[in-house]
Design a protein around this ligand. Structure first.
Ligand code: FAD
Length: 348
């Protein structure tokens, strides 16, 4: 069984508890804007007075996210990224600054996770039926996996910049860059920057499961979000954090998968095996300065599994919360950096 894209994304891993903080000391107007983008949903919550008409603000938000889709969507044939993926030569190709920012972060996190997070994993994602091509779900043969793995590797991608702009180059004609795992974080950061440009200082913005925040909510309290229990049936809160101006993102293996012969195949692929991840870590949440960072790290940690993920988190001082499946249910573990944000935690 596999969830439809819409169903699995309605049940966001991160549930906004923006208006649920306890104290009611202060009360300000709260504006909520919502819409669709990147095959999922965006949400903007602003506390305090709006500097402009709500409808106009929504238009600007939609235009900004439309631009992000036109730049980095592999679901649009005419996006800049899709054109780069189709290009069969090895000359540097011009790319927008925002896309260069994403690739720079991806390269850094790729190195830090020993290529567990690898934005060139697209041929394997597509082979397993989780990409835009959405092939019928069948288990690929080892020969198909080996063939796709030949076309994967961050070392084949070079990012350069000069006075004329940013450039992306590949030394394998069939290299396929997939920014799906970072796009939501990038989108949330873009929304946050738009708010800041407009002088809005209290907001909680999200695209899919990536959230950015600043300031306080309608009650003058820190914005609070919840991490969902990793089941595919209910929206039950596992833990809640106050963001304190930080960003958060969760990667999970329990929402987007298919089942065959009683076995689950997750959409998160381990580039070192060419197979979907097959370990007990089911949810990785990261809090970071930007949603792009958080969104990149959570996928890398998901691929690594609990033990290696904790080591990497320790090395890089990351705020991380991991949920692992056990025989009797779930177990959780967090880094000290994460604990500083934690407000409540349910028994796993
Ligand atoms: P995450 O856990 O954040 O990432 C998992 C995804 O990353 C996988 O689905 C795969 O694509 C990729 N991945 C798997 N393994 C790895 C790895 N080891 N390293 C790096 N990446 C990996 N979906 C639609 O159905 N329709 C659309 O029109 C559509 N448009 C989109 C436009 C944009 C700009 C973007 C960024 C995404 C779009 N998507 C679309 C995809 C979708 O909404 C999600 O972004 C995607 O499913 C991944 O987000 P996630 O939070 O579910 O998973």
């Amino acid at each position: 069984m596999s969830h439809s894209p819409l169903a699995r994304r309605v049940c966001l891993i991160l549930i906004s508890l923006a208006v649920c903080n306890t104290a009611m000391a202060d009360s300000r107007p709260l504006t909520s804007l919502e819409g669709k983008t990147m095959g999922t949903f965006y949400s903007v919550k602003i506390s305090g007075d709006l500097p402009e008409d709500k409808a106009h603000l929504q238009q600007e938000i939609d235009a900004l996210l439309e631009q992000a889709n036109n730049d980095i969507s592999t679901y649009r044939e005419d996006s800049i990224l899709s054109r780069f993926n189709r290009y069969q030569g090895n000359d540097p190709q011009p790319i927008p600054g925002g896309m260069a920012d994403i690739i720079l972060v991806a390269q850094r996190i790729g190195r830090a996770t020993d290529n567990a997070m690898d934005i060139t994993v697209g041929p394997l994602v597509n082979l397993w039926g989780f990409g835009p091509q959405k092939q019928p779900v069948t288990i690929p043969t080892q020969a198909q996996i080996d063939d796709a793995r030949q076309r994967v590797g961050l070392q084949h991608l070079t990012l350069t910049s000069n006075s004329k702009g940013e450039w992306l180059q590949k030394d394998l004609p069939s290299l396929y860059v997939d920014l799906s795992t970072l796009g939501e974080g990038y989108g949330a950061d873009q929304l946050a920057q738009l708010m800041t440009r407009k002088g809005i200082t209290n907001y909680l913005v999200s695209v899919g499961g990536a959230i950015s925040s600043r300031g306080v909510n309608g009650q003058g309290m820190p914005w609070r979000v919840a991490i969902q229990k990793p089941t595919d049936k209910e929206n039950t809160v596992q833990a809640a954090v106050d963001l304190q101006g930080y960003s958060i993102s969760t990667s999970g293996s329990y929402r987007n998968y298919f089942e065959q012969d009683g076995k689950r195949y997750s959409h998160v692929i381990d580039p070192s095996t060419g197979h979907p991840i097959n370990h007990t870590l089911v949810s990785a949440t990261v809090i970071a300065k930007t949603a792009l960072e958080a969104d990149g790290w959570d996928t890398g940690l998901m691929v690594l599994g609990t033990e290696k993920a904790l080591k990497v988190a320790e090395q890089h001082g990351l705020a991380v919360y991991l949920i692992t499946k056990t025989d009797s249910g779930f177990a959780t573990v967090m880094t000290p950096q994460f604990k500083a944000f934690l407000q409540q935690e349910a028994k796993p």
